[in-house]
Ligand binder design. Sequence first.
Ligand SMILES: Cc1cc2nc3c(=O)[nH]c(=O)nc-3n(C[C@H](O)[C@H](O)[C@H](O)COP(=O)(O)O)c2cc1C
Ligand SMILES: [Fe+2]
Ligand SMILES: [Fe+2]
Length: 403
Amino acid sequence: MLKAQEIKKDVYWIGAVDYESRNFHGYSLSPRGTTYNNYLILDEKKTIFDTVKPEHAGFSLERLASVINPAEIDYLVINHAEADHAGALPDFIAACRPECVFCSPMGQKALEGHFRAWKNWPLKVVKSGDVISLGKRSVHFLETRMLHWPDSMFSYIPEDRLLFSNDAFGQNIASSERFADEISREVLLSAMSEYYHNIVLPYSQQVLKVLAQVGEMGLDIDMIAPDHGLIFRGKEDAAFVLKTYRRFAEQKPGKRAVIVYDTMWYSTQTMAYAVAEGLGAAGVPARIMSLKDNHHSAVMSEVARCGLVMVGSPTHNNGILPFVSGFLTYMKGLRPQNRLGGVFGSFGWSGECVKIISERLADMGFELPADPVKVKYVPDAESLEQCFALGLTLGRALEAKCG
Ligand SMILES: Cc1cc2nc3c(=O)[nH]c(=O)nc-3n(C[C@H](O)[C@H](O)[C@H](O)COP(=O)(O)O)c2cc1C
Ligand SMILES: [Fe+2]
Ligand SMILES: [Fe+2]
């Protein structure tokens, strides 16, 4: 019943749509589900680019079989060894018996680390600049190390002006549509940003390097086909993707703030509200996100557009609340740049909270232009004025930074 979908002449999408996925890679939200895209090219050499998550192998093999007997496949290209793309490799090797399985040098190491059967597979290592012929078409490989694993690689087909970009340019969107131009741009951009800021952000320098390489190589691209979500067709959309990734990677601070906090008895929450009033008075829109109600991944998607991140926690057992600590750990790994920070919290006796948060933000490279505000037990009118003033000062500092 499942069919392959032709995306260019003799080029097919044979991926799997995971409508139920809500927890991408076990740590990040995918509220719209996701897809594992893989592709088939019918040329003299019949070639598959990537596989799918292992549980979805049967769906992709069914789409493949809708156009060709899998036994006729000659080549597999594995652009990335992570389980959502190479997990079904044993099934594809069993069904297709390919003559060669192409991967990058780091890809070989990663495949060896994932699959005990690799010694029996016809692995063939290709490096940046290597070209293989499929007959009428050729495949040019570009290693994109640490975008986002050491083994990640792009495959470019000049004859089709087509780039298979693997995880880069992906979005977590499960849908019956296959092309980005078939859905609203707002939803698309939001999904691109959510994906970038929870997965790709730490590798922003690599993104800029790869974008520069793509520019220098003068690649003529009129379709970018990532391994998650929708495909970008036409020169305009291909350019849109590259431009959007440049913008994400440059991390210019946005004139907005997010106030992230947790609380036991609502004092820190009341402080958060007063901080937001101060930011509003400085003309900086602010969103308040309680860590009890917002997953760290949703908060990070908000941090994406904010030049100012304010963090609040009461003191808890000489430390901070675990959700706040967990969020700070998560954000640190994603290495956001060019951001201002602000800190507040309530305490009862020892009051370590603001010092701990300030140190952790400073360690991540946040600029902290104002002293934190800490309030003993329940805030009174005067301490809420201090919180308001903190918001106002930081809002103005953000204005000045954004210019
Ligand atoms: C389980 C628990 C542990 C606490 N540990 C500390 C502490 O180590 N040092 C401190 O200064 N206050 C401590 N406090 C006091 C809180 O920081 C204080 O009640 C604060 O006002 C709570 O702010 P909140 O309403 O935002 O939760 C503790 C409170 C609780 C309930
Ligand atoms: Fe990946
Ligand atoms: Fe992936």
